[in-house]
Design a protein around this ligand. Structure first.
Ligand SMILES: [Zn+2]
Length: 64
């Protein structure tokens, strides 16, 4: 899954591990966003649950 850093505009991909981690967080209701770290500037980018839900596969995993 591609996200774009709002600080330096660097597009980067979340790893499958990060996606799994994010979905677990959403399933447990711990947060409504996942903190992704930009590989270039190291800023934290918040990726909201809604962004993940745009992907039917991830949406299905969240229902789990
Ligand atoms: Zn960045």
């Amino acid at each position: 899954m591609q996200v774009k850093c709002p600080y330096c505009s660097m597009p980067f991909a979340l790893t499958n591990e990060q996606i799994t981690e994010a979905i677990e967080i959403f399933k447990k209701g711990e947060s409504t966003h996942f903190d992704a770290h930009c590989p270039k500037c190291r800023h934290t980018t918040k990726v909201s649950k809604e962004i993940f839900e745009l992907n039917p596969v991830y949406k299905n995993m969240m229902k789990g």
